[in-house]
Design a protein around this ligand. Structure first.
Ligand SMILES: *[C@@H]1O[C@H](CO)[C@@H](O)[C@H](O)[C@H]1NC(C)=O
Ligand SMILES: *[C@@H]1O[C@H](CO)[C@@H](O)[C@H](O)[C@H]1NC(C)=O
Length: 532
């Protein structure tokens, strides 16, 4: 067979691996041997259901035992010869999705956020949901201001969200927002509030179009993996390599969520807007205190503490939406806090679980049907992700590590998870599990082994079972996005003003006219208290 990647093959030939396991050539050898009678059709190389039943030795049902496979196909593990197409078939769509995750504008921390995403997907989704949830809460709080019209409530909520953006971890209870209303003279300076809200809403990026395009491209790539009319002749019947793509399908909710939330071009934007608001309403100057980080304060010999200037602490104090380790503490001020946390965790785990089940099913329908070697790494990687999220959650304690120290610990942990899991995905794609033992169903047929050689079943699966699994998995992932969008719809609407709304609100700012609800009946400041 001509080698498409000569250099790569040279590298792999230099590795101490023996003759190839190649289903197709193995099948040809076995049929030829039977045909010219060098191999008896009743040989124990052929699999049979029970000891004295018929052997699987015909061209349609040729199945070897582990011993037969070792003798006829070569016992050693071998790398594939068509590594390029095998990897690109799942890597290209995944890279496409990764490139479209909306990340913080913090230059090199952007890449740290990708690292956190790959090493800790559950925590990343959880954090994104928590951001949405925080907005949702701002929206609900503003809605509880009595006697304020809906459009003005939208303005109040948007300014709340601006404060949430900056103060992030420092907000431990909803009373923070109540005190904001009391400090700033809302009725008198409402126009300044409106100006700040319009600027905040205008500042957010909106990349939904790009996201949908990336998602469509991802789907086209996946279809191309099954349909030769779209993707050209595949390097062999699809199977394991699709499982990797399906395992990573949690990236779909991540791109939709992160893009729905959007981002600010820079965090100085939000700061400037709120500082202007403070200046224009005659409030005391807006000032961001330094952020404190603690590391093992209870062990004086290694304890560390430091204070960081706000703009240098952005990476771990709210600017990266996929890293919000204070998420449990913030929720703890509400009534149904356990239920609420559980809801967030459930939605954060669902995408990863859906991908895992899809991947396991695809591997299950490889031949021989059932558990095989690849399940071990697939489930192993998913378990690692779970443990990773657990570590991130548990390690953020005032008595353990906070701030900068927690961020560093988390990144080290993420490297330890992301590195090996990406590595094993690549190794599996290029043939780490390509050996007689792995293909013989070592868990269902221990010792005997069962290696079906004809490719017909694979081709059938590629037409029916695999597209179904992939389709259902993607539908479920999109379903998660839809449910999230419905449950947190208030939060989503908060800073996603429609162009018309922005225009109307902006015109009101320019006119400087007060909203009716703000000056009817000589309203006193007390009217704007939030009813908890
Ligand atoms: C039978 O075919 C195999 C493989 O094609 C070959 O190696 C072997 O020499 C042949 N044996 C006879 C007896 O022709
Ligand atoms: C496999 O196929 C061959 C010929 O096509 C047939 O003789 C044999 O009985 C089949 N084995 C089983 C177990 O069905």
């Amino acid at each position: 067979m001509p080698a498409p990647y000569p250099t790569l093959n040279l590298i792999f030939l230099a590795l101490p691996f023996g003759s190839a396991f190649d289903r197709r050539s193995c099948f040809e050898t076995a049929t030829a041997l039977v045909k010219n009678q060098s191999l008896s059709p009743t040989s124990h190389f052929f699999f049979r259901d029970t000891l004295d039943s018929l052997a699987y030795n015909g061209p349609e049902n040729m199945t070897l035992t582990l011993e037969g496979c070792n003798a006829l196909c070569g016992a050693e593990q071998t790398w594939y010869t068509d590594i390029g197409p095998r990897i690109t078939i799942w890597l290209v769509p995944i890279l496409l999705l990764l490139a479209n995750v909306e990340l913080s504008p913090l230059d090199k921390r952007r890449f740290l956020a990708i690292l956190h995403l790959l090493g800790d997907p559950i925590d990343s989704i959880w954090s994104l949901l928590h951001k949405l949830d925080a907005w949702d809460r701002c929206s609900r709080l503003a809605a509880r201001c009595s006697g304020v019209c809906p459009s003005c409530q939208g303005v109040i909520a948007s300014v709340f969200a601006g404060f949430e953006e900056l103060q992030g971890p420092r907000i431990t209870s909803e009373r923070y927002f109540g005190s904001l209303l009391q400090q700033r003279s809302l009725a008198k300076h409402f126009n300044e509030w409106r100006r700040a809200a319009v600027r905040l809403a205008d500042g957010r990026s909106n990349e939904i179009g790009r996201t949908v395009l990336a998602f469509v491209l991802y789907i086209v790539q996946l279809i191309a993996a099954f349909v030769p009319e779209v993707g050209g002749a595949p390097p062999g019947p699809p199977g394991g390599r699709i499982a990797t793509g399906v395992l990573l399908s949690w990236l779909v909710p991540v791109i939709f969520l992160s893009n729905a939330i959007g981002g600010l071009p820079s965090h100085r934007t939000a700061y400037d807007i709120l500082a202007d608001l403070a200046a224009n309403t005659g409030d005391k100057p807006f000032h961001m205190p330094h952020r404190r980080s603690l590391f093992l304060p209870t062990f004086p010999s290694i304890a560390q503490q430091c204070y960081t200037d706000y703009f240098r602490a952005l990476g771990w104090s709210g600017a990266i939406y996929t890293y919000r380790p204070w998420k449990v503490r913030y929720i703890s001020s509400t009534h149904h806090r356990h239920l609420h946390t559980l809801l967030l965790i459930a939605f954060a785990t669902a995408p990863v679980l859906i991908g895992l089940v899809g991947g396991v099913l695809i591997l299950w329908y490889q031949l021989p049907t059932g558990l095989n070697c690849r399940h071990v790494w697939l489930v192993g990687v998913a378990l690692l992700w779970k443990i990773s999220a657990f570590i991130t959650w548990v390690s953020h304690r005032p008595g353990l590590a906070t701030g900068k120290y927690h961020w560093r610990l988390t990144l080290i942990k993420d490297i330890c998870v992301a590195g090996p899991s990406v590595f094993i995905m690549l190794l599996s794609a290029i043939g780490l599990f390509n050996s007689c033992w792995c293909w013989s169903g070592p868990f269902q047929y221990p010792n005997i082994g069962r290696v079906p050689l004809p490719e017909t079943v694979y081709l059938q699966n590629a037409k029916s079972v695999y597209p179904t699994i992939v389709g259902v998995t993607l539908l479920l992932e999109v379903g998660v996005c839809v449910v999230v969008a419905v449950v947190w719809r208030r939060g989503l609407r908060l800073l996603r003003w429609r162009e018309k709304t922005r225009q109307v609100e902006w015109e009101r700012v320019m006119d400087g006219k007060r909203c009716k609800c703000m000056y009817t009946g000589g309203r006193s400041r007390q009217s704007f208290i939030i009813h908890y």
